[in-house]
Each structure stands twice: as C-alpha cells, then as structure tokens.
Design a protein around this ligand. Structure first.
Ligand code: ATP
Length: 261
C-alpha cells in the first residue's frame, strides 16, 4: 500500500534520514518507534511532501508519489495526523473538520463531504456536542480526536499518525490506541510514529525502530516487542493503560457504522 525505498532527506548539509526503507501493507498497522530526535517527524514531512527527499522513492498503491505536491498526495489517499494535533484554535470544531476535506472536496463531492462530517460526529460524540466551540477550547484528548477526525475527512487509504499519544493522560492514550486498532479493522492502512513503543507494538502488525535517522531494526511487531534490545532501550518509554472494555465496545460500535455505512 505504502512503500518507501532507500529514502534520504534532511534540512542542512547532513541528512537526517538515511536510506529509510519501510512498508505498510493494506489494512495493517506499521509502528515506527523512535526516541526524541530520531527523525519521526521529518519522515512525516517527507511523506506528506512538505520536505523534499534527496534520494529514494515513495510508492502509494504501486505508483510513485515522491514528486507530488502535498495536496495531490492527500487526494491520492495519504493523510497525516500531525504531531501536537495542530488544530486551528480559533476555528470551530466543525470548521476544523471541513478543512480536512478541502483538498478532496471536488473529487468526493459536497454530499459525500457532508456525510463524512456527520460520520465524524457519530464517531466522536463529544465533538458533536462542541461542534460550534473553538477548537482551542477543547482538552488535549479532544483535540487529538479532532485531529484524527480532520484527517479522516479526506477519506484516506493510508493514515499516518505522528506521536498521537504525546502529552495525553494514560486513559486517553488507551482510547487513542483503541481507536487506531479499530480503524485498521475498518480497512485503513496505518503508519504509527510513536515513542510509546510498548503500546504501539502491542497493536501493530509490523514495526521499525528508527535510531538517529536510520532503521536500526525491523520485523513483526510481536518479535520486536520480545526483542531484549528493544525492551531495554524503548519499552520503558510511555505509560500503559488498558481502555475500559465498555468504552472500547461503544467505540467499536460507532466505528462499524462509520466505516461500513
Ligand atoms: P521528536 O519526538 O522530538 O519530534 P522526532 O523523532 O520526530 O523527534 P525530528 O523532529 O524528525 O525527530 O528530528 C530529527 C532531527 O532533525 C533532529 O536532530 C532535529 O534537530 C532535526 N531537525 C528537525 N527539524 C529541523 C529543521 N526544521 N531544521 C533543521 N533540523 C531539524
């Protein structure tokens, strides 16, 4: 579905990312684990087209996209939930959601965009309750859900999430991870960049460990989670919490309606 081959990119003379090769197959979660400064956000910029790559290729569904502008990649089905949510604080919740569909409005049509907005409010009832409120007035967890909803408004095939658990309380982190797992069940392919190695590898199908801009280790997520080297370096990072089963069941039910209307 999404395939990077030997991607090199950076800001100055020295590349930050060196010969990164990774893949996310259809309907799976690939976790990209790395400490602060490993290059996760740089990779997100390269994938969205905000930062040009110096070498390598990016393929989406077999077609090369590394030469495409950000909005063209979005319309091809590659959407990002950026680090730190980056919601538009003074715009309302509903306006933030609509912005997510901006690049695909013509392709999807007004009726589909309106339907997607209704689906997001069904998926995230607390956003529906606050649809007219400025996004800046939401809690951190609600802003994270809004950022995810905004990305889903482009009806993506591949969703990248850059540190979605950052700064959230453990119970909310569990909610976010539960949501990501359910999105995969709905057929989305997901690239999950995280410092929280334990919880990411627990829900992922495959994993990549990014160290100072190179993929130091990769493999099935379960094998990485059991790897003593990964455990020593990464599994202490981030808290763990299980989602409340009742909350999880309610979420699954809502997602089922959204993803299979
Ligand atoms: P974090 O969790 O702190 O965001 P990260 O894994 O996302 O870490 P990046 O933000 O991609 O890491 O940073 C990787 C490296 O690139 C770091 O050494 C950082 O200082 C450098 N870097 C990031 N953004 C820029 C920039 N705009 N200009 C120059 N160097 C940058």
């Amino acid at each position: 579905m999404l395939e990077l081959d030997e991607v090199t990119a950076g800001y100055g003379a020295t590349p930050v990312l060196r010969e990164i090769s990774l893949r996310v197959d259809s309907g799976e979660i690939a976790a990209l684990i790395g400490a602060n400064g490993a290059g996760k956000t740089t990779l997100a910029r390269v994938l969205t087209g905000l930062l040009p790559l110096r070498a390598g290729t990016i393929r989406l569904d077999g077609a090369r996209i590394e030469h495409l502008a950000p909005d063209a990649r979005l319309s091809r089905g590659l959407a990002l939930v950026p680090e730190g949510r980056q919601v538009f604080a003074t715009l309302s919740v509903a306006e933030n959601l609509r912005l997510g569909a901006q690049a695909v409005r013509r392709r999807l049509g007004a009726a589909r965009v309106a339907a997607l907005e209704a689906e997001m409010f069904a998926l995230f009832p607390m956003l529906a309750e606050r649809r007219a409120s400025p996004a800046g007035a939401l809690s951190g967890g609600q802003q994270q859900m809004l950022a995810i909803g905004r990305a889903l408004m482009s009806a993506p095939a591949v969703l990248m999430l850059d540190e979605p658990s950052l700064g959230l309380a453990p119970l909310l982190v569990a909610d976010v991870f539960a949501l990501i797992g359910r999105l995969r069940e709905g057929g989305l392919s997901i690239l999950l960049s995280e410092q929280n190695a334990r919880q990411s590898l627990a829900i992922a199908d495959r994993g990549y460990v990014l160290e100072r801009g190179v993929v130091a280790l990769s493999g099935p997520a379960r094998a990485l989670a059991d790897d003593p080297g990964v455990a020593a370096r990464y599994l202490g990072l981030g808290g763990t919490a299980r989602a409340d089963p009742a909350r999880e069941a309610a979420l699954t039910e809502r997602l089922r309606c959204v993803l299979h209307p």
